[in-house]
Design a protein around this ligand. Structure first.
Ligand SMILES: C[S@@+](CC[C@H](N)C(=O)[O-])C[C@H]1O[C@@H](n2cnc3c(N)ncnc32)[C@H](O)[C@@H]1O
Length: 435
């Protein structure tokens, strides 16, 4: 969970036709001044050259297999990446994640549920942080766990592993997953890679690279799949606290502040908690990701068209986004990368659109970590994209449009959001950047 910035301004909203932004583009990434992350290989050599070095033990056959996979060269580690890893060296971010019981306990339950596939097996923990998931895997009987993190938090992870007498099982590698060497294939990949709006942070690409480098055929990936949802929301209280407030301040008409207030409050996506009652319709699946098959390229730009029917008369203030992840084996019958929503599942089983269902091996046994508004809150909360002005909708009114999420060219960990929406004969475009 890397926290998105609150500064920066290059969004615009045709609804308001705001001019100028005037804010300095910036972000909350703490700039790292260190060099390339140190890499402590198992032999302690720190040797980072020659990816996929294959030990003699596996011999020529293994070498051939590795060459068949021929993964593309790792992307360069940019200053943005360094700043990103630096942000994870702070204890607070790990404390928040670990204290998120819905998150941490679901991961632990998933490990226990898959214990038969973990015990006696080799695991890679992509982005181990403090080492908590690696230790859960060791406790579940893993033969060996490679706990990899490019942030300096790996130093603490190593101490935690030692203090728990697990150094024989958990090998902490301090380096980027893209750069470290693991001289064997692995049975399991585990990672907590999800950012706000699922894809912010772009960490899934690193899990994909680990999968393509080391996962044995038939190996296990936890979580196995993820789904990003969106739905129209009404949120009069939020709007009035941030905007209407300026209409009368101690008896003074401060309406002149309204354009600035709207811009500052709603220009960028906002991470906050909303309730199920704020949602106007059944959700739409923006993207379903099967972690066994998804490619890095597929995540660079995602577009989907949506069509909602408002279930009530209300001011429509914007769209909410949330996600869930499941802990399964591979999907047996992936159907066009789409799934039913946990929102729907816990709302009388209604599914917005049958084309958005996914066939999974055993839905009753699927362990799900959900960040939906009606589920127990998590540190991810929900992500809101507000309009500068609400649109009044009546029951059954259509809301249609499209959304495109793309990795920013400036920094692939940032997310550009292009939203087009139309309702009641008016159409709008909103551009924002999650940075
Ligand atoms: C969301 S935290 C999860 C930490 C820990 N697994 C947990 O569940 O508490 C993600 C971690 O992945 C690390 N990370 C992200 N991308 C990485 C990469 N490409 N290589 C190594 N570590 C990475 C970050 O430094 C961060 O510590």
């Amino acid at each position: 969970m890397y926290q998105p910035g609150v500064y920066g301004s290059n969004g615009y909203d045709h609804q308001q036709q705001q001019s100028g932004g005037g804010q300095l583009a910036g972000h909350r990434m703490r700039r790292g001044s260190r060099g390339r992350p140190r890499i402590h290989n198992r032999d302690g050599s720190g040797n980072t050259s020659g990816r996929n070095r294959v030990s003699n033990y596996y011999g020529a056959q293994q070498q051939e297999k590795e060459e068949e996979r021929s993964p593309p060269p790792p992307p360069p580690c940019t200053d943005f990446d360094m700043a990103y890893f630096h942000s994870y060296a702070h204890v607070g971010i790990h404390e928040e994640m670990i204290k998120d019981r819905a998150r941490t306990e679901t991961y632990r339950n998933a490990i226990l549920q898959h214990q038969s596939q973990i015990a006696g097996k080799v695991v890679v923990d992509v982005g181990c942080g403090t080492g908590i998931l690696s230790i859960f895997c060791a406790q579940a009987g893993a033969k060996r766990v490679y706990a990899v993190d490019a942030s300096d938090i790996a130093i603490q992870a190593n101490e935690v592993v030692k203090a728990n007498n697990l150094s024989d099982t958990v090998i902490v590698l301090h380096g980027r997953i893209e750069d470290v060497e693991i001289d064997e294939e692995v049975d399991v990949i585990i990672s907590e890679w999800m950012g706000y709006m699922l894809l912010y942070e772009s960490m899934l690409g690193s899990v994909i690279r680990a999968r393509d480098r080391w996962l044995k055929p038939g190996g296990l990936i936890l979580p196995s799949n993820a789904t990003l949802y969106m739905a129209p929301v009404t949120h009069p209280d939020r709007y009035s606290q941030s905007i209407d407030f300026w209409r009368n301040v101690y008896g003074i008409d401060m309406s002149a502040m309204l354009p600035l207030a709207k811009q500052c409050a709603f220009e960028e996506p906002s991470v906050e908690t909303i309730a199920g009652e704020n949602i106007l319709t059944w959700p739409h699946v923006v993207k379903h990701v099967d972690c066994y098959t998804v490619s890095v390229h597929e995540l660079e730009c995602i577009t989907t068209r949506f069509k909602f029917e408002s279930m009530m008369r209300a001011p429509f203030h914007g769209f909410a986004f949330w996600f869930d992840v499941e802990f399964n084996g591979p999907e047996l019958f992936p159907s066009n990368s789409e799934t039913s929503s946990s929102f729907n599942a816990s709302s009388n089983g209604h599914v917005a659109d049958s084309s958005q269902r996914k066939k999974r091996p055993n839905p009753n046994e699927a362990l799900v970590l959900s960040t939906a508004p009606e589920d127990p809150p998590t540190h991810w909360q929900q992500t809101l994209i507000y309009f500068y002005d609400p649109i009044d909708v009546v029951q059954d009114q259509l809301i249609e449009g499209s959304i495109t999420l793309s990795q920013s060219k400036e920094n692939a960990r940032f997310m550009n959001i292009h939203l087009e929406y139309a309702s009641g004969g008016r159409s709008f475009v909103k551009e924002s950047v999650m940075r």
